[in-house]
Design a protein around this ligand. Sequence first.
Ligand SMILES: *[C@@H]1O[C@H](CO)[C@@H](O)[C@H](O)[C@H]1NC(C)=O
Length: 533
Amino acid sequence: MRRGEPKLTRGANRSPSCKGNCIGYGVAVAFVLAMLCLMVSTQFSSSPNDSESIPAATRQRSRPGQVTVEDGGSREVEEEVAGVHTEPLTGRHRDKQVESELRRAEKNPTDDEEQSLGNERYSDHWEERRQRQEKDTVKFSEFGGGTDDFNNIANKKLICDTSFGKYDVCELEGDARAQGGAGATVTVVSPRAAPREWKIKPYSRKYLDGLKAVTVRSVPNPEDAPPCTTRLNIPAMVIELGGLTGNYWHDFTDVLIPLFIGARRFSGEAQLLVVNLLPFWVEKYRKIFSQLSRHEIIDLEKDHGVVRCYPHVVVGYGSRKEFTIDPSLDDTGGGYTMVNFTEFLRHAYSLPHDRPTKLNHQGSRPRMMILERTNSRKFMNLPEVVAAAEAAGFEVTVAGRPKASYDEFAREVNSFDVMLGVHGAGLTNCLFLPTGAVLVQIVPYGRLENIAQTDFGEPARDMGLRYIEYGVAAEESSLTDVFGKDHPIISDPISVHMSGWGNVAEWYLGKQDVRINIERFKPVLMQVLEHLQ
Ligand SMILES: *[C@@H]1O[C@H](CO)[C@@H](O)[C@H](O)[C@H]1NC(C)=O
């Protein structure tokens, strides 16, 4: 160790002076840890209560022609701060390290071509997408062609759209029948279409390992479908939980926002048929679920001996971008935006503040919530940051791990005009800020700007928040204390990104704390005040 033992490098097992050897060594370590992680995540499937052991985000990004490597292939939002409302568990540090290393392993292409597709695919690969869609389209020749029937079929929407790399969606209309049990099947009676079958993983990131598949079938005759035991004249949605839920940011990005996108159009009338139902998790977000569906949630895997029939079943859900809604890409059935989603949340949680407090109200100081993390990416000089914010005129509250229930915590967040925190899942709480409030994201050292933008910058703007980013300089990073300014980790972050996601996750995200230079930071506080004028 160059400058004394780095107190922040928990479990550091790597010499910072490895320099040229870092890459080869990193690959070997990543492999071993990835195998370990596979074991851990396999275990998870049988113990859903251990939500903390779920591997964090793995997002495949492929941008042909783009030379920059800032987002290094995939990334995660760690969940410690999100941990503002999850219980601390032992063994979490180890899991976290393992998780971050898994990211590298998962970057490898697999035999399933779709697993290697990025979420930019939709916009970047129109042509390929169109071709795939044609492949999925029912062929004219199968119906003799040239008749009116034929034209109807040609104009009919596809039942399943599997062309997008991130998630699949099927629309079953007319006579749709859901049969539960292990390996659920949803059948649509579609007299004019040729029989077809799809295996759909109805989760918002279909490329993840360990998801369960639902069979979607199209049959020409009612006799080919299982006989109905219950018939409801409401729509239904088949969705899968699990995946990366348990990480606070993923709870919203992967499930709650996609569910809003898919279910909002039904005004609470859709029944949810859920694969991998996690009752404790649904209970945490009960207020959101109950607004999106007023009907009983069905555990599809335990729904034995029943065939539920509906006039309309949607299988699958997802969103095109991360942690936001893009109304031009996400079909919400009503042009809903992220502003509408946050309004929806305020309604669901009965939150009183739609707008931040105006500064010119006599005697009122703008309220700032500073999120403090517990593992990595901590403030090393939090008292100074607090003092500077107070001197600038803010009433400051530091939030660590509130004892309050989730519902109470949402209410508390809603009472603030400004949220400030280092990049991490805790910033997910900005969903509860009033429209027009300010989010300040502190971006740790190491070329993490793209990640910061995708995960929170763009979503915050979409929510109608004022967004300010503060990039930590090398001098403000604990990694400089540990490695010295000449080590590649400080002097050449691009090379670290090029060496693989594992090193980015381990060092820049996993083992960095920040010491804010107050003089450098003061203009940010001034900017926040301007936004609140
Ligand atoms: C969505 O939000 C916009 C902007 O606040 C608003 O004008 C619109 O009425 C909302 N739409 C719905 C359906 O609530």
